[in-house]
Design a protein around this ligand. Structure first.
Ligand code: HEM
Length: 447
């Protein structure tokens, strides 16, 4: 099928001397084509217009995309700001650290990051907390025989994230409901009337924030709550400049959002790849049998190179975060061009992730890339997590939970004498924006 572009808008035009991709629709711009087939849209634009071009993000205006690898280096540039993220999604991300720069960003990030580093995760016993939840879920899949994979991984990830926050099991259904309503803020039209997504989403956000505020109070009064929140509250309270509870609450909500759909998509793709490539499954089963149990500490992950390679290669071919919005604060050089101050940029992580400049045979799924390498992982090898001051704060957590998941899946299914099988076409129905994921309808059988 051809891309969802407006056939009435074929005119080639320049804006600030840079070509605008034809085919935008009124109001929604290139969104339909970005959501349905961003990789093809980027490749076609590069082929026909060159390395720099504008995409129309509907109400958010135009963002300039540069597919020259120099654009990735901008993530570390001091004259490039993240504030545009908060302006594009004010209801969800306004006031959170992902949309801040400089001192304000550093202060909030410093207070949160320790809890999510290997030491903090191990001290809080996060691996021990997750292992039984993951095991129970894959055992249920084994008993059912087939599953709609993205629904299942989405649900499992929510459970893990809520348990990370120390939310008691009996409260989970209420949280699930409110969280789903919160997500409506991503697509809500700007009409604030009862019953419409904006009103419902805001109400859900207020509910979630009120609960988180209570968690923070409990943590301060040393109530029996476990989870990362206590560590974050103590770090916040120890920070040099006093940070308000509003900042803490907005950023805990950011952790819920940042760690859910991204990881659920990667987990679903892992199962799809294992189902369609029997040699991968055999290699994973061999490793799982050798280690014998689901790892629970970061130190154990070194014993699971196949699961780690699976995590890295799946992310490389299916990065969930596709474009990062930024704004230039000064005029600067980008590839062959000077870019004026105030330019809105979209840094195309998706494009770099499968670039032939960075990888041999970039479209092939090859575990050997990771298994045979001798040098340490460089920032460009994990570009799916961004780079520079905003590099993903959840990287070590994702690594732990995805390796735990792979090993639990292989042990459980192999013991039952079954393996994953793909029951429909994985190439259809993928989505690429706001985050990328496989089709909601893909089924995996275990037989
Ligand atoms: C496969 C899973 C994940 C991927 C691919 C991913 C990707 C990313 C990327 C690309 C960024 C950079 C954003 C930017 O520079 O504008 C980011 C930032 C962030 N991520 Fe993740 N993420 C994942 C999982 C998680 C998890 C599990 C958490 C937390 C529990 C998390 C929390 C965050 C936060 C808080 C930020 C903002 C950091 C900052 O602005 O300093 N992410 N992530």
């Amino acid at each position: 099928m051809d891309m969802l572009l407006n056939p009435l808008n074929r005119r080639h035009r320049l804006w600030h001397d840079i070509p605008v991709v034809p085919g935008a629709f009124p109001l929604v711009g290139h969104f339909p084509a970005m959501v349905r087939d961003l990789p093809r849209l980027l490749r076609r634009a590069e082929r026909t217009l060159g390395s720099h071009f504008w995409l129309n993000f509907g109400p958010a205006g135009h963002l300039m995309i540069c597919v020259d690898p120099d654009a990735f280096a901008l993530l570390r540039h001091k004259d490039v700001s993240s504030a545009l993220i908060g302006e594009m999604a004010p209801e969800l991300l306004g006031g959170t650290l992902v949309a801040q720069d400089g001192g304000a960003h550093r202060q909030a990030r410093d207070a949160i990051k320790a809890a999510l580093l290997p030491k903090g995760l191990t001290q809080a016993g996060i691996g021990d907390l997750f292992a039984p939840v993951i095991r129970a879920r894959v055992q249920a899949w084994r008993d059912r025989g087939d599953v709609t994979i993205l629904c299942e991984t989405g649900d499992l990830m929510l459970k893990l994230i809520f348990s990370l926050m120390g939310i008691p099991a009996q409260d989970l259904p209420g949280w699930h409901r409110k969280y789903r309503q919160l997500l409506q803020l991503i697509v809500a039209p700007p009409i604030d009337l009862p019953g419409l997504p904006l009103r419902r989403g805001r109400a859900a956000r207020d509910w979630i924030d009120a609960q988180l505020r209570q968690f923070v109070r409990d943590a301060r009064s040393h109530a029996a709550r476990t989870g990362l929140i206590s560590d974050m509250v103590s770090a916040f309270d120890r920070s040099d400049d006093e940070l308000s509870d509003d900042v803490l609450v907005a950023n805990i909500r950011l952790l819920l959002l940042g760690g859910h759909e991204t990881t659920a998509s990667t987990m679903a793709w892992m199962v799809i790849e294992l189902a369609r490539q029997p040699v991968l499954w055999d290699a994973l089963v061999e490793e799982a049998q050798r280690v014998g149990a689901v790892p629970t500490r970061h130190a154990d992950l070194a014993h699971c190179p196949v699961a780690e390679a699976l995590f890295r290669e799946t992310l490389r071919l299916h990065p969930p975060v596709t474009l990062l919005p930024r704004r230039t604060l000064q005029e600067l050089q980008l590839g062959q061009r000077r870019i004026p101050a105030g330019t809105h940029l979209g840094i195309p992580l998706l494009h770099f992730s499968t670039s032939p400049l960075l990888h041999e045979a970039p479209d092939e799924f090859r575990l050997e890339r990771w298994l045979q390498r001798t040098e340490p992982i460089r920032p460009v090898d994990m570009l799916q997590f961004g780079a520079g001051p905003h590099v993903c704060i959840g990287y070590h957590l994702v690594w732990l939970e995805l390796v735990q998941f792979c090993i639990a899946l292989a042990l459980t299914m192999h013991k039952a004498g079954v393996r994953p099988r793909l029951l429909n076409d994985a190439e259809k129905g993928q989505r690429y924006y706001p985050t990328a994921h496989p089709s909601m309808t893909i089924c995996i059988g275990f037989s």
